[in-house]
Design a protein around this ligand. Structure first.
Ligand SMILES: Nc1ncnc2c1ncn2[C@@H]1O[C@H](COP(=O)(O)OP(=O)(O)OP(=O)(O)O)[C@@H](O)[C@H]1O
Length: 266
């Protein structure tokens, strides 16, 4: 269980970013986090992984606490972040070395490495690209390599921090499929995004606003009850279409059915 317990955070004291933020994410959840530009979503992601530390309050993962220096290595192993631009993460010249680099850092025994590499590349369908140069791959393939490098660490949680925002539609679809597959296998997925269509895949949506969680519930309820433009967000195309066709009828039942079939389709 990942817990934010009364977390306060600022970069400059006069500009608080997170103000007494509390929430819990259970193992195996698929959570979308949305909010206006600059509201602090990436900051939350970095606090989850211990890359930033709360000014007040605590972030805990099981019996690990990000403010305990001796817990940080375990936290980095168990919570991985896929960032917007995979190129920022690449430091080696082949896909294989990229994945091995992370494993060497956490001192995985040599005899276990090959199996972890194979397993991770298989999960993102990049088995044939071991010797490829990461920088020469397509956007979607680069992001899949970044995901494989994290999967090789065998984390319990993966945070996708606007990981689809630089991809073309095909690349986005590939990454979304991987997210869904990982979730099916039991991994906890936290997806930070501005693409409201991608929010449909989550079971739970968190809206971050003025340093706190302003909404916590099902995406269907969110789009039905919240005026999304107040938060610089828009509605998924399917929701707009539904509301335009049905005018005054509530969308929740049909919409949930549609999401269920979409979820099961891929
Ligand atoms: N290293 C930093 N130093 C100072 N201010 C920062 C730093 N990183 C982020 N900020 C500021 O903190 C606020 C929150 O940033 P953050 O990147 O967490 O927001 P976000 O919701 O992820 O934004 P976006 O949706 O645009 O990616 C913004 O005002 C940002 O300019």
């Amino acid at each position: 269980m990942l817990i934010f317990d009364h977390v306060h955070f600022y970069y400059q004291q006069e500009h608080p970013i997170l103000d007494d933020l509390s929430f819990t994410i259970e193992p195996g959840e698929f959570v979308a986090m949305v909010g206006a530009n600059g509201c602090g979503k990436s900051t939350v992601a970095k606090l989850m992984d211990g890359l930033l530390l709360p000014k007040q309050g605590h972030v805990t993962f099981g019996n690990l606490k990000t403010s305990n220096p001796e817990d940080l290595v375990s936290i980095h192993e168990q919570i991985g972040i896929v960032f917007q631009n995979p190129e920022d993460q690449f430091i080696t010249t082949t896909v294989l070395d990229e994945i091995l680099f992370g494993l060497q850092n956490i001192r995985v025994p040599r005899e276990e490495m090959d199996q972890r590499v194979e397993e991770a590349l298989h999960m993102v369908h990049m088995e044939d690209y071991k010797e490829a140069m990461p920088h020469l791959l397509s956007g979607g393939q680069k992001q899949r390599v970044a995901i494989a490098a994290i999967l090789a660490m065998r984390p319990q949680i993966i945070i996708f921090d606007e990981a689809t925002s630089m991809l073309d539609p095909e690349g986005r679809e590939q990454v979304m499929k991987i997210m869904k597959e990982l979730h099916r296998q039991g991994m906890t997925i936290i997806h930070i995004t501005h693409h409201m269509d991608e929010v449909l895949f989550a079971k739970r949506l968190l809206l971050l606003h003025e340093g706190r969680i302003k909404f916590d519930g099902e995406p269907a309820t969110f789009f039905e009850t919240v005026n999304v433009t107040d938060y610089q967000l828009d509605k998924p195309f399917s929701v707009r279409l539904h509301q335009n066709l049905h005018l005054n009828t509530p969308l929740t039942a049909d919409w949930k059915e549609m999401i269920r079939s979409e979820w099961n389709a891929n």
